[in-house]
Ligand binder design. Structure first.
Ligand code: NAI
Ligand code: MG
Length: 502
């Protein structure tokens, strides 16, 4: 791909890149990835990529529209139709997926650098995302030889086979908060023999390109894995509407999820929606308070609160309320806020000035609603998008800071008196992604897991995920599941074959 370089070397010099990450970023101008090659936009349009720790530009990426989507879908469809991947021997598919996992492992330094550079992701979080992506590829690499249909009971004059087949072209539309996990979003679709088109968030466009290049290097044929870049309203919308795309896996905001569902309706596309949350963490008097406070705080400050399962509503039983709040404050006050690439940073920047403004607006709303600021409440510095960890106490579940997804480091502490009240408050939310419970009472733990309306419930832990365990939401947090064996159903369809034998 030939395009003029628009950035000077010193922008990269500011970043402590690994040699491999530096080599990757030195291309400076990035495109779509279609049919095995990086290509510019048909229109020649580009977007600037900013580094969230400073707000400064360091790369340029193609800005796609319907024409680029047409090209990517054509390539993906051709690859599907001629069977270059779909009809490959199952064991060979597994071998190549395992090779992809090994390549992701070898490329950890570059994945880290990209997360840090365009996502503002700090070290412990990028390591978590990278491992998560590798684990998902490893897990699904084991599936091609285990995918099979069945032979249902049939009339005696016939043999009937129930055959499991891939769907075709699958779009994976992802947000900016975990780019290095993007391999996890395509692993199941690939294991089932589909072609995929990734549409990464415009803020974090680079990692998907590396993943696509590694897929090719692993032996997944050209055209099977493609990337279309660009803003959601253009490239994303064109992908959703394209008749050649059969299924869409979307992770992001509820609002965009609704728009995608409406746009996909005319063609009855299959959807899997992993949307937002306002997850409760419920702490009872008998909990291990030390552990609960550490985990509960980490579940809101992790990645500066930009995680869909962030446990932003902390429900605390009245008897331990003041003590527990003091524990939360003492653990959170000393958090070291800094750039994503400084090794001792404990909380990095938000993704963008828009996201920082959104967090500031919600802090003002919380104050106006009468909640008490027990910690933080302000942005930090004037370059980069930093905000203090912020704890509101005296929160009523009817307040907007308890109902709306903020996606930043803002915790709402809500007191309760009884188990029934805790359940009522926890379930009084339009979201239902996840919930946490802290108690030493085994029966109560079970009662709570039965009562809570959420796609994942953690007891005496929080935010554990595993490639073998389904992940997704209830209510407005979405439907369909990523990960686990159940995800294979999203990427396959059943064909019933009847053959008359008598
Ligand atoms: P978004 O949900 O609009 O974007 C996520 C992905 O969808 C991006 O790749 C984007 O380009 C794409 N997209 C946007 N509009 C589209 C459309 N009409 N058709 C197809 N694709 C489209 O999230 P955004 O705008 O980055 O952030 C808005 C708010 O959503 C944030 O402030 C945050 O609070 C929340 N959010 C929640 C996430 C979650 O996982 N719960 C993830 C990202 C954002
Ligand atoms: Mg949006």
């Amino acid at each position: 791909m030939t395009m003029p370089a628009q950035h000077s070397a010193d922008e990269l010099d500011r970043l402590p890149l690994s040699p491999a990450g530096r080599r990757f970023l030195e291309r400076r101008v990035f495109g779509h990835f279609i049919d095995g090659a990086m290509v510019p936009s048909a229109s020649g349009e580009t977007l600037t990529v900013l580094e969230p720790s400073s707000g400064r530009p360091f790369a340029t990426v193609a800005a796609g529209d319907a024409e680029d989507v047409n090209r990517a879908v054509d390539a993906a469809q051709r690859a599907f139709d001629d069977g270059r991947w779909r009809n490959l021997d199952a064991q060979e598919k597994e071998r190549r997926l395992r090779r992809l996992s090994a390549l992701l492992d070898q490329n950890r330094p570059t994945l880290r650098d990209l997360d840090m550079a365009d996502g503002g992701v700090i070290r412990n979080f990028t390591d978590f995302f990278i491992q998560f992506g590798i684990d998902a590829v490893d897990y699904y690499a084991g599936w091609p030889t285990k995918l099979h249909g069945s032979t249902p009971a049939a009339p005696p004059d016939c043999v009937v086979m129930e055959v499991r087949e891939p769907i075709g072209v699958v779009a994976s539309i992802t947000p900016w908060n975990g780019p290095s996990a993007s391999a996890s979003g395509i692993a199941a679709a690939l294991a089932c023999g589909n072609s995929v088109i990734m549409k990464p968030a415009e803020q974090t466009p680079l990692t998907a390109l590396l993943v696509a290049e590694l897929c090719l290097e692993a032996g997944i044929p050209p055209g099977v894995v493609n990337v279309v870049q660009g803003v959601g309203e253009k490239a994303g919308a064109a992908l959703v509407e394209h008749p050649g795309v059969s299924a869409i896996n979307f992770t992001g905001s509820v609002e965009t999820g609704r728009r995608i569902q409406a746009a996909a309706a005319p063609r009855l596309k299959r959807l899997c929606m992993e949307l937002g949350g306002k997850s409760p963490q419920i702490v009872f008097n008998d909990a291990n308070l030390d552990e609960a406070a550490t985990v509960a705080a980490g579940a809101v400050w992790g990645h500066s609160g930009q995680v869909c399962t962030a446990g932003t509503r902390v429900l605390v039983e009245r008897g331990i309320h003041d003590e527990f709040v003091a524990e939360l404050v003492s653990r959170s006050r000393a958090l070291k806020i800094g750039t994503a690439f400084s090794p001792d940073t404990q909380m990095g920047p938000l993704i963008s000035s828009e996201q920082l403004d959104r967090v500031s607006a919600y802090v003002a709303i919380g104050k106006a609603e009468g909640a008490h600021v027990a910690l933080g409440g302000a942005r930090v510095g004037d370059g980069g998008y930093f905000h203090q960890p912020t704890i509101f106490t005296g929160v009523d579940n009817r307040m907007r800071i308890a109902r709306e997804e903020i996606f930043g480091p803002v915790m709402a502490v809500i007191p309760f008196d009884t188990e029934e009240e805790a359940i009522a408050i926890a379930n009084d939310s339009e979201f239902g992604l996840s919930a946490g419970v802290w108690t030493r009472d085994l029966s109560r733990g079970h009662r709570m897991t039965q009562a809570l309306r959420a796609g994942t419930v953690w007891v005496n832990t929080y935010q554990r995920v595993n490639a073998a365990v389904p992940y997704g939401g209830f209510k407005q947090s979405g439907y369909g599941r990523n990960l686990g064996a159940v995800s294979l159903d999203s990427y396959t369809q059943l064909k019933s074959v009847w053959m008359k034998i008598r």
